[in-house]
Design a protein around this ligand. Sequence first.
Ligand code: MN
Length: 287
Amino acid sequence: MARILIVEDNPANLKLATLFLSRAGHLVLPAVDAEAGLALALAEGPHLILMDIQLPGMDGLTATTILKANPATAAIPVIALTAMAMKSDQEKSRLAGCDGYITKPLRYQELYAAIDELLAPLASGATPSTLVPSSADTGSGPRGLSDDPVVGTGPVDVSVLEGLVGRDRLVVLDFLAAFQTSTALIARELSSACSRGDALAAGAQAHKLKPSARAVGAIALARLCALLETAGQGNQMEAVARIQPRFEAEVCAVNAAIDALRKSWAPTRDAAPQDRSVPSQTPSADE
Ligand code: MN
């Protein structure tokens, strides 16, 4: 087991990373911005740091540079997390001192491989066998989980998320709740960008939502995000304005589908009042 600091501002991404790491038996220290991450790194001396590059305020590369310049934290391996799969970003992260590089959306095989490589001396033989293998990023085709008819391939194909996080309903519902919260924020920002006529900002919001929409199986919403992103990047405000009402409608449909799922699963939830969806550590992973 290693102590791993995650610096990630997107709640859905933070939750997914936390889940993956917990299931592999690691203790997770979460931080939602660079400043909090730097403070935690100094205070806790983690074995490894996962650093999102795009953060509010100080960005992840600057934070990594600061970590590497401080003798107290310089030896801690840093894995950069970024949504931009560009060679130049990989190069920039290396220059800033990052020891590894992972492109979002997170895949647990890739994450575990990067961690194992950097934590080789700590490796204790714990295997991530509790996770369900998947190819959830495509969002298409049956996954052999069709025995649960609650939600098919409507606005939310929950089997996609189950493929990522497993079939524990509390975990799935918890993740969906975090997704709804971040989606509401992003939709509001996107709408206000549209009313300002700011296509670039609207596209940037859509870009933020797209990976988590894919991760929860909201495939139509992810496609609309991709359209908004492209139109926004091209500064095509008319196109953005045309797509935005469809986006709004799809957000409503996705929310309704998640609410319906929550309702239909509610009676089967055992009377467990505490939130055990993201344990700080999972003792079962190494025995
Ligand atoms: Mn970010």
